[in-house]
Design a protein. Structure first.
Length: 173
C-alpha cells in the first residue's frame, strides 16, 4: 500500500525529539546546562495538525527540561521522556487512545526508533536519518531533523487527509 493511502487513516503521530524535533545537537553552556534548538515551523505544524483532530505524542530517549518546556508549549500531553526502549509506551498509547497500529505514524531518525517504526502503520524518517531507519520508512522527508522535517511530515498527512487546504485557507484568507 502507498504511503498516501496509509496516511488517510492516521489518527496519531508519535515524534522522537533529538534528531527529529531538534537538529540532534546537544548544546552545553559554561555551567554544563543543556539547551536544545527547535524549529518554529515544526511547532506551528504541530498546532495546525492538532487543529484538524490529529493527536501528537512524544517518546524520547533523553529527559531534558528544555524539551519538557517546548512540549508543554505545544500542548502535547502524551509525553514520555527518558525512554530509549519505546515500544511499551507505544503500546500504552494504543490502549489509551483505542487505536490500531495502522492508525499511527512515527517520525524517527536513529536506531532507538526502529522497534516502534516496525510496528506502526506509517513509519516516517527525516532526511538525515540513519540508513537503517530510512530502510524502515514508508515516507522520508526532504528536510533534516530540526529543520522543518516534522512540519513536512504533518503537512503530508494533512494533505492526504484533505485537511491541509482548509487549514491554509483559515490562515491565508
Amino acid at each position: 500500500m502507498r504511503a498516501e493511502d496509509i496516511a488517510r487513516n492516521i489518527k496519531l503521530i508519535i515524534l522522537d525529539v533529538d534528531g527529529v524535533l531538534t537538529d540532534g545537537g546537544i548544546y552545553y553552556d559554561h555551567e554544563g546546562h543543556i539547551s536544545k534548538r527547535f524549529n518554529v515551523q515544526d511547532g506551528l505544524g504541530i498546532k495546525l495538525a492538532q487543529s484538524t483532530g490529529l493527536e501528537i505524542s512524544v517518546i524520547t530517549g533523553l529527559d531534558n527540561e528544555a524539551v519538557r518546556t517546548r512540549i508543554t508549549e505545544l500542548g502535547i500531553t502524551d509525553y514520555y521522556p527518558g525512554n530509549p526502549r519505546k515500544v511499551p509506551f507505544f503500546e500504552k498509547l494504543l490502549v489509551m487512545k483505542n487505536l490500531s497500529p495502522e492508525q499511527v505514524a512515527y517520525v524517527g531518525d536513529d536506531w532507538v526508533d526502529a522497534a516502534v517504526m516496525k510496528r506502526v502503520g506509517l513509519p516516517m524518517a527525516v532526511s538525515n536519518a540513519q540508513p537503517e531507519i530510512k530502510g524502515l520508512a514508508r515516507w522520508i522527508s526532504s528536510r533534516k531533523g530540526g529543520n522543518g522535517a516534522v512540519r513536512e511530515a504533518l503537512s503530508f498527512i494533512m494533505q492526504c487527509q484533505g485537511t491541509l487546504e482548509k487549514v491554509w485557507k483559515e490562515w491565508a484568507f
